[in-house]
Design a protein around this ligand. Structure first.
Ligand code: BGC
Length: 422
């Protein structure tokens, strides 16, 4: 009994960050991230405030650009220069890729993860993404689970046009044609490579199915990458392109979300950070807007935001890393942060009752998909592939979307680009 109370006390101290000493010894952290939109900044503020409350000194290093491609360039330059930030937003296999370069160990946060028993707080799938040294030590901390394959829609626009949320791609196409004829932009989109890739993976999951997505996008099977199902995926991409407006090339994702908010456009296909924008504008699901997964056979494309902690010199920075990691995995932090961010907690024990219907649906679907084989990593958001292969696919997808390349040619180029990247 006494032992248990001591453990609980120790747990409380760790999660409050107090175990790392007094305020002045709580450490410093330069944090590289790409959370610069309204909703993203509101969510990040929760972490900044928590860190400051626990005596930490935060140095902000934002690199604007949705999806993080620009942030990854900056990060690379910093590491090559031998000056990594204390913590950096980074995801999926890139975490292990950096570990292979020898710049992550000796994994200061692993002692925090062990003391707080992160293995018991996370699914093994999420936990493994956070581990280095042959998946034996924590070197990154997860803050959420975003879902990619979503439709967001303006409720008033759909209602005024007698439309419901589409449950098949054909239904979506029919609705979009009707909207276009009525002078409404059917699909708010920003044609930047990562946004084209985001739409593409939702379409690949939906048109091809879970096994196809796994084979083509995760296992990089050449026949699947260049075959007839991929041709159909590109056919649907071409149809979608016809539903975007002239201003689409280069537009930022949150500007596209704004078009759905103000009714200039009806739909957006985007991960649920888009919901962070609706929330930030005090808009409510079911009242002002709709959320529904894009059509698929109970597939779920997941994207876990996490922060990697590089090898650091200096006690204050190492303390800063430990404090940050502990706060990121805090139970209340994971609730509050995700209420702003649009995602759901990575921790398994956070109650969902304060979350909205989109988040509750996401949590339920995630469990169902995990049981039935549809829980799959997002390639567009760096969860499935290493950078070279991710880049190879993204380049072809965006080239196809922004030209008149045929679907056959795109599928052929896709297989070749992936092969050349290996
Ligand atoms: C990240 C999200 C972010 C989005 C847009 C994704 O890759 O996981 O956290 O909001 O990009 O920038």
């Amino acid at each position: 009994m006494l032992n248990r109370s001591l453990k609980i006390l120790a747990g409380t101290l760790v999660s409050a960050g107090l175990i790392y000493g007094t305020a002045s010894a709580a450490g410093e952290a330069e944090v590289l991230h790409w959370w610069t939109s309204g909703g993203e900044a509101a969510a990040l503020k929760v972490l900044k405030d928590d860190f400051a409350k626990n005596g930490g000194t935060w140095k902000d290093m934002p690199v604007a650009g949705g999806g993080g491609d620009a942030a990854m360039q900056t990060l690379k330059a910093r590491i090559v220069a031998g000056d990594p930030p204390t913590a950096a937003q980074i995801k999926g296999p890139s975490i292990q890729e950096w570990d292979d370069e020898g710049v992550v160990g000796p994994y200061a946060i692993d002692s925090v993860a062990k003391a707080e028993n992160w293995d018991a707080l996370l699914s093994s799938q999420v936990a493994n993404h956070m581990k280095c040294d042959g998946f034996s030590k924590y070197c990154a901390a997860p803050v959420n689970i975003h879902r990619i394959d979503w439709f967001w829609a303006n409720k008033k626009v759909l209602d005024a046009n007698g439309l419901k949320m589409p449950t098949s791609w054909d239904e979506f196409n029919a609705a979009a044609r009707k909207l276009k004829a009525a002078g409404i932009i059917p699909l708010a989109h920003g044609s930047q490579p990562w946004q084209d890739a985001t739409v593409f993976e939702a379409v690949a999951l939906g048109i091809g199915g879970n096994d196809f997505y796994q084979k083509a996008i995760v296992d990089l099977d050449m026949d699947a990458l260049g075959g007839p199902t991929m041709v159909k995926v590109f056919d649907q991409m071409r149809i979608l392109q016809g539903f975007t407006d002239e201003g689409s090339p280069g537009r930022d994702w949150n500007v596209a979300t704004g078009m759905v908010m103000n009714g200039k456009a009806a739909f957006q296909i985007m991960g649920d950070w888009a919901k962070g924008e609706f929330t930030n504008a005090k808009m409510k699901p079911g009242i002002d807007y709709y959320c529904l997964p894009t059509p698929s056979d109970h597939g779920y494309l997941y994207n876990v935001d996490s922060f990697i902690f590089y090898s650091m010199k200096g006690e204050s920075k190492i303390e800063g890393q430990k404090l940050l990691a502990s706060l990121m995995m805090g139970k209340n932090f994971q609730k509050v942060f995700n209420l702003y961010k649009g995602s759901i907690p990575a921790r398994l024990d956070v109650p969902m009752d304060e979350f909205d219907m989109c988040a509750k649906g996401s949590a339920a679907d995630l469990n169902y998909s995990a049981m039935t084989g549809g829980l799959l990593p997002s390639f567009a958001h760096g969860m499935a592939l290493r950078l070279a292969q991710k880049g190879a696919i993204q380049d072809v997808v965006t080239e196809h979307f922004n030209s008149d390349m045929s679907s056959q040619e795109a599928a052929k180029r896709l297989a070749k680009a992936v092969k050349d990247s290996m």
